[in-house]
Design a protein around this ligand. Structure first.
Ligand SMILES: Cc1cc2nc3c(=O)[nH]c(=O)nc-3n(C[C@H](O)[C@H](O)[C@H](O)COP(=O)(O)OP(=O)(O)OC[C@H]3O[C@@H](n4cnc5c(N)ncnc54)[C@H](O)[C@@H]3O)c2cc1C
Length: 505
């Protein structure tokens, strides 16, 4: 024990928080408390990670808020979050040694580079005589526990999810601790690495402060996650199946950033949804019970897509860099900075695409249906490499994670596991007319088109001059003309993708 440590009879156990920023259903924390040793809660901010992908700008904003909330919860229990600054591999080891820790616990991460880092840290700690205990806090099932009959990873979602759910029910989530016996970290320990104030990590934008829309849209952290979940269960779950594709409706859970940062666990969400469904079944009539049940099945399948994304992350080459289907390596992508910029800024001239990109820019989130349309537009209409889009989403989404983001981009591009067929090219006008028939979503995010009639709000270039004049829209000035005509873009994409795929499938 270092000379300045208080006279604790038992050495401390360190809980290293990463993508599990909550107290309830946190197996690493629960284990640490159960040891009966005093506990130190730590977060390590690595400003320049060697192996892992640093969060994008919107993710950093959420991270700051989430750490702030976690710290507040720990303070309410009489402790605090010790925030350290430095390379993960050196900092956690040096800190554990400095406070005389006997054990370090964490919940697992799944990319190859994260696993490599964790294994190296575990080895180094063990060499120092410090035991390491790791847990599953992030997923319903660990990726290596689901395999084909001959022991290989599944390649398609349907077969994977059937196998993952077969005779398996996720463990019940564990309640949060009532009290924690905290180890007071002596002032003079790890002084160089310790950060007194979260602002010192500079996770939030300053000049300019572009996060106003994020602050308006989100409350972050564990408590806020429960409020969001309860609201979804009470007001939207039963219409999830019918409403989830309508971007103007609040019919999806908007839980993705809470799951990304572990403010909620997948187990908690899974069980909360099933309990709500059971309660609805007992109270409701037959019809509403069966509507609720199809919504519940659909929602649980979406959690399955999250699991499958992590499954791919675990089993495949870096998902955000490498085509799952390697024949896409020869795809003749266009490098067109002007078109890329028009897409990023929501100025393609296709209202549904532009609405989605502006929603993303303002709120750090985009509705799933519109993510598919905007991603398809970049990859197929503009023929720009999906990695450009993935990188933009990585930087601007509050829920960006290194499993779901690249897995979905590859799914849209056609290069992914179980991907959408390359010849499926969403027509952004028809998608708008089908899923936003009154134009409410477009009007909200592209206000310059708000006064156009429903018939042409998704295709303003088809409006009569009188309709445009009445709506005060000058095409090409107030709102752009399409960057590329749909039919021409479709033919170009089919030709390019046909060349890549014709020999391969
Ligand atoms: C191009 C593209 C990029 C995407 N990038 C991300 C990302 O970085 N992070 C992310 O969490 N999701 C991503 N998704 C998936 C999906 O769009 C979001 O999970 C969803 O829109 C989040 O909203 P929600 O919480 O209301 O979802 P709900 O419909 O309420 O679904 C509940 C939960 O299931 C999970 N989920 C739902 N759909 C998917 C899916 N297709 N793949 C994986 N998990 C899913 C999410 O955790 C979500 O919170 C992406 C989709 C596309 C098409």
């Amino acid at each position: 024990m270092p000379p300045s440590a208080p006279p604790y009879s038992l050495p401390p156990v360190v809980v290293w928080f990463r993508d599990d920023q909550r107290l309830a259903d946190n197996p690493a924390l629960e284990y640490a408390i159960a040891t009966g040793h005093p506990v130190v809660c730590v977060y390590v901010h690595d400003p320049a990670p060697q192996n892992t992908r640093p969060p994008g700008a919107a993710g950093r904003w959420w991270l700051h808020e989430s750490l702030h909330a976690l710290n507040a919860t720990l303070i309410a229990l009489g402790g605090e979050l010790t925030v350290l600054h430095g390379s993960e591999s050196q900092t956690i080891e040096a800190f554990a040694v400095a406070i005389g820790a006997i054990k370090v616990c964490w919940n697992r991460r799944y990319s190859a580079s994260q696993r490599e880092t964790d294994i190296a840290i575990k080895t180094a700690l063990k060499e120092r005589g410090i035991a390491v205990f790791t847990f599953n806090g992030h997923l319903l099932r660990e990726p290596w526990t689901v395999a084909t009959r001959d022991g290989r990873p599944f390649q398609v979602f349907g077969a994977y999810w059937r196998a993952a759910r077969h005779e398996y029910s996720p463990e019940a989530p564990r309640p949060g601790p009532q009290r924690i016996d905290f180890f007071p970290v002596p002032e003079n320990v790890a002084v160089a690495a310790r950060v007194k104030n979260l602002s010192a990590l500079a996770l939030q934008p300053r000049t300019p402060d572009w996060a106003g829309g994020l602050r308006e849209t989100w409350q972050c952290g564990e408590q806020a996650g429960w409020t969001q979940l309860d609201d979804f269960l009470a007001n939207a779950l039963t219409r999830y199946a019918s409403g989830r594709d309508v971007p103007a409706m609040q019919a999806t859970s908007r839980l993705s950033p809470y799951l990304r940062f572990g403010n909620l666990s997948a187990r908690q969400v899974w069980h909360a949804v099933l309990s709500a469904a059971r309660a609805a079944h007992h109270c409701g009539n037959g019809r509403s019970a069966s509507t609720a049940s199809s919504s519940v099945d659909k929602f649980l399948d979406e959690l399955g897509w999250r699991e499958f994304s992590y499954y791919l992350l675990y089993h495949c080459a870096p998902l955000h860099q490498v085509n799952f289907k390697r024949q896409f390596d020869t795809m003749p992508w266009r490098a067109d900075a002007t078109d890329l910029r028009a897409w990023q800024r929501g100025r393609t001239g296709y209202p549904l695409v532009d609405a989605g990109m502006r929603e993303l820019w303002h709120t750090g989130w985009m509705h799933n249906r519109v993510r598919m349309v905007t991603a398809s537009f970049l990859v197929k209409h503009l023929l720009i490499d999906w990695r450009e889009g993935e990188t933009w989403f990585w930087d601007t989404l509050v829920d960006a994670d290194d499993a779901s983001n690249p897995a979905n981009w590859q799914w849209v591009a056609g290069s992914g596991a179980d991907a959408a067929p390359y010849f499926r090219i969403f027509n952004p006008v028809l998608q708008g007319q089908k899923f936003d028939p009154q134009g409410a979503y477009v009007r909200r995010w592209v206000p310059e088109l708000a006064r156009l009639p429903n018939g042409c709000v998704h295709a303003p270039w088809l409006a009569q001059p009188a309709q445009l004049a009445l709506a005060s829209v000058r095409l090409g000035q107030d709102y752009p003309l399409p960057v590329v005509p749909h039919q021409q873009a479709r033919e170009r994409a089919l030709k390019a993708m046909g060349r890549v795929t014709s020999t391969s499938f």
